[in-house]
Design a binder for this molecule. Structure first.
Ligand code: CTP
Ligand code: MG
Length: 221
């Protein structure tokens, strides 16, 4: 059973506000992309990796893979306008005989083998997708555009979902071809009628959105 990972790194990083796309902002000595790429490449569960790079950055992504010795990288392709477009571009590089695909945000550099194993394991029970998540611990409010609280939302059963997310390849292909859009792949699979399981995520899998997040993750390397 071959497992392919798609590392989506094609976002512009507007909220980070650096000169380069977010994947090429410096995290320590190297571009941010190096950290999740090295970790996925080192995973004993992953056979091959596709990098979805910001348009025009496919070659720098390959050079970076070579620099860090990420030998499982099979392709570096330009991403699209939305995250879903970028996932679709990555999936086009995954061969027909691949069984499982793992989609991971480059913006979450601190991915571990343990979380990869946790999302892969339940697929053998017939789930259409498996995602890591953490129960929401803050009090959640719905707030109007004027800043006024409209409602306290019960956090009972609410989970914040992360990546990497695992799917049977055929299931994710069908979901991305449906034309729906979502901020994560499991949303696409669920919209297509799939059953998605949540497993424990990792608090260190935080997503780099702002410069403060970048500094925080750098301090955790
Ligand atoms: N992503 C992508 N293609 C897009 C948009 C996002 O591959 N068209 C990827 C990003 O590179 C990131 C992940 O999806 O790894 C999550 O997106 P986000 O954190 O929103 O990153 P950006 O879109 O780059 O940031 P911003 O929204 O601030 O511009
Ligand atoms: Mg974005």
């Amino acid at each position: 059973m071959s497992v392919w990972a798609i590392l989506v790194a094609a976002g512009r990083g507007e909220r980070l506000g650096s000169d380069q796309p977010k994947a090429f902002a410096k995290l320590g000595e190297l571009p941010l992309l190096a950290e999740p790429l090295r970790r996925l490449d080192d995973s004993e569960w992953i056979d091959a990796v596709v990098v979805v790079a910001p348009p025009g950055w496919e070659e720098p992504a390959i050079l970076l893979a070579e620099e860090i010795g990420a030998g499982k990288v099979r392709a570096s392709v330009p991403g699209g306008e939305t995250r879903t477009d970028s996932v679709r571009a990555g999936l086009a590089e995954v061969p027909e005989d691949a069984a499982v695909v793992l989609v991971h945000d480059a913006a979450r550099p601190l991915v571990t083998d343990a979380v990869v194993e946790r999302v892969l394991a339940p697929l053998s029970e017939g789930w259409d997708g498996v995602v890591p998540g953490l129960p929401v611990s803050d009090t959640v409010k719905r707030v109007g555009s004027d800043g006024a609280v409209e409602e306290t939302v019960s956090r009972e059963g609410l989970w914040a979902v992360q990546t990497p997310q695992a799917f049977p390849v055929a299931t994710l292909r069908r979901a991305v071809q449906s034309g729906a859009d979502a901020t994560d792949c499991s949303g696409l699979v669920a919209a297509a009628g799939g059953r998605v399981k949540v497993v424990p995520g990792d608090p260190l899998l935080l997503k780099i959105t702002t410069a403060a997040d970048l500094a925080r993750v750098a301090s955790l390397l």
